[in-house]
Design a protein. Structure first.
Length: 639
């Protein structure tokens, strides 16, 4: 592809990103107007009412406000570091009134959240108002940074321009070093090959890691080996959770990580490598804090006609700036890995910084535009992920159809298959669970490690089982679901669908399976279970059923219920999947994105139980194949 065509492709992507921006902004506006606060709270997008606590200046000299959620504390929320939020109050007479400023989540710990707000915010207005709430705001910043990154890539010269043309041009081959392969005794053959390919790559390398194949282990080793050759690397991922995960693994290997931004899990281990905690732990920080306080005091007590005010202020500011630069240069100087989200790589702290290598973890979940944000700081890039698992979220159907959902990783896998290493040995699943995924998504190339091949909970158990709910439609003879139709119900825009009878049957089936295992063994061996449904309404319904049912009380900590996205990167001994869809037309909505089912099935180590209407689902060839696979397993087990 000629440079002009490459630029044209990126300009097309820019248009699609703007379309996505407009779609999401409009959806947010409509939601704000129509959805109602109760629904927002249930979706985890709002806390209301709040207890507004203290305000203070944090170590980064930002005005911070501490708030506490006082109701609906059992609902999983979507607040996390870096998200934009707005505060509001609701009265019976005037409805919802928003406060005239936007805040940014600094960190969340359970029902406590710290939000940074603009310096001139009248916090007293918040503290003096009854019934204050906070909700997620539309995130303008991420879109602005992605659009700017695409503009930079379009104009790119030098190394950035070279990488841009390379990623889009099949006949332009990535350059490599040549050396004898290195041996790593604690990696398997394909993991070892992947690390060697990363070290050989001058331009780009892709580590394709199907479920359970040790992608993180491989990536950590590749980063460690790269640090033998480079002083510092940049490690990014789409989500805060993915950045936390890779950072934690690197810290466990004794690598000095500096995490830009706050972690999703607020504990001492995670906080210890954040920039903010390191900054305030620096020996010079008390002196800097005293200078900043003196600046604030001077500003608030300024007297008329004070001729020396500006002179004193400038003197204090220049001393504070000098100290801040010194602390930063020490923190960045001693760190070997700088870790942030892709959007976080635009942080002013990284201004002027250059790195040899950028590692992008979970690259298959990131929009291409987001990957271009950190790309300007590096000379080569290593992408790790699996484009057969969860894709990036795209709200605009038109933008999705026109190709916005195609990730940079997918693009490179297509144009430069020679840069890709597939990890082929998985250490998570019983072979019968893994085999379906391997055959359908990975051309049968993934194999089970001997130690997990036959893992199971019960003797003569069927590792994958599909319970057909269509058998209950006309004759719901199960005592657990009396007089309930197994048809799906629609519960409001963007909130999704629910199938209450299937939910009740899910609990009944799980209880039966637990009874076969035995209470003592479940507790002693800590057998854990994930209940997955693609629809949020069904997830919340299942959670309520689980809490109400006395039988599951002793096992509460061992059972988690979530959407497919909520289980990404996790694993459980047993996975139960409630598919929800049940209609005469054979409509299955976004279950047509088969990557979601790949993720759902492959979370399981030993057992998968699927509940779904066979007549609705098997009109799609994938689900027909899955049904036949499960049926064949059951028949084999009975022989």
């Amino acid at each position: 592809m000629q440079t002009a065509n490459v630029i044209q492709a990126l300009q097309q992507q820019r248009l699609l990103l703007q379309l996505e921006y407009q779609t999401e902004k409009e959806a947010y506006r409509q939601q704000t107007e129509t959805i109602g606060m109760g629904r927002k709270v249930k979706r985890g997008d709002a806390w209301w009412p709040l207890r507004v606590s203290k305000s203070y200046y944090n170590s980064l000299n930002q005005l911070a406000l501490e708030v506490y959620r006082t109701s609906d504390t059992d609902i999983e929320h979507n607040f996390e570091y870096g998200r934009s939020v707005v505060f509001f109050t609701e009265t019976e007479t005037s409805g919802i009134r928003y406060f005239p400023f936007t805040g940014v989540v600094s960190y969340v710990d359970g029902d406590r959240m710290v939000v940074t707000v603009p310096d001139n915010t009248r916090i007293i207005d918040l503290q003096g108002t009854e019934k204050v709430g906070v909700q997620l705001s539309f995130d303008e910043t991420s879109y602005r940074l992605m659009l700017e990154a695409l503009d930079r890539a379009i104009r790119g010269k030098g190394r950035l321009g070279y990488l841009r043309d390379l990623f889009y041009t099949p006949h332009q081959k990535p350059e490599t070093f040549s050396f004898q392969p290195m041996h790593f005794p604690y990696l398997n053959k394909t993991q070892e090959e992947a690390v060697n390919e990363v070290l050989r790559a001058k331009d780009v390398a892709v580590v394709h890691g199907p479920p359970g194949t040790g992608k993180t282990t491989t990536l950590v080793e590749a980063i460690r080996e790269t640090l033998m050759r480079e002083n510092q690397v940049l490690v990014c991922a789409q989500s805060n959770m993915a950045v936390d995960w890779i950072s934690e693994k690197l810290v466990d290997r004794g690598i000095n990580v500096l995490r830009i931004g706050n972690p999703t899990r607020v504990n001492d281990k995670m906080l210890s490598f954040t920039y903010e905690r390191r900054f305030e732990g620096h020996p010079d920080y008390p002196q800097l804090w005293a200078l900043r306080k003196a600046i604030r005091d001077l500003r608030s007590h300024r007297k008329r006609g004070d001729e020396k005010y500006h002179q004193r202020l400038e003197s204090l500011k220049s001393r504070a700036t000098e100290l801040e630069i010194r602390i930063n240069s020490e923190l960045f100087g001693e760190a070997r890995v700088i870790a942030s989200t892709l959007v976080g790589a635009a942080n002013r702290l990284l201004d002027g910084q250059k790195y040899g290598t950028l590692f992008i973890d979970e690259a298959a979940q990131a929009l291409e535009a987001a990957c271009w944000i950190p790309m300007r700081r590096v000379s080569r890039v290593v992408l790790a992920g699996d484009h057969c698992q969860l894709p990036p979220t795209v709200k605009s159907i038109a933008a999705l159809k026109a190709g916005l959902g195609k990730t940079l990783m997918e693009r490179i896998v297509e144009t430069h298959p020679e840069a890709v290493t597939l990890l082929r040995i998985q250490y998570r699943m019983n072979d019968d669970i893994m085999r379906f995924s391997s055959d359908y998504f990975y051309h049968g190339q993934v194999e089970s490690a001997p130690e997990v091949r036959f893992r199971g909970i019960l003797d003569l158990d069927t590792p994958m089982e599909w319970i057909d709910t269509s058998e209950y439609l006309d004759n719901p003879d199960n005592p657990e679901v009396p007089e309930l139709s197994f048809k799906e119900e629609f519960v409001g825009e963007s909130y999704g669908r629910i199938n209450k009878a299937e939910g009740l049957l899910t609990m009944h089936v799980l209880q039966q399976y637990f009874e076969r295992i035995g209470k003592q063994r479940l507790l002693d061996e800590r057998i854990d279970v994930g209940i997955i449904s693609p629809y949020r309404a069904q997830v919340q319904f299942l959670r309520r059923l689980l809490t109400k049912r006395e039988y599951f009380k002793p096992f509460r900590r061992q059972i988690s219920v979530n959407t497919v996205d909520g289980f990404q990167g996790q694993e459980r001994d047993v996975i139960v999947i409630s598919l929800v869809r049940s209609n005469d037309e054979g409509q299955i909505g976004f279950l047509r994105d088969l990557r979601r089912m790949n993720v759902a099935i492959t979370r399981a180590r030993m057992k998968v139980i699927i509940l779904g209407n066979r007549q609705t689902m098997t009109r799609h060839p994938f689900y027909r194949q899955l049904w036949q696979y499960c049926k064949k397993q059951q028949e084999t087990q009975q022989i």
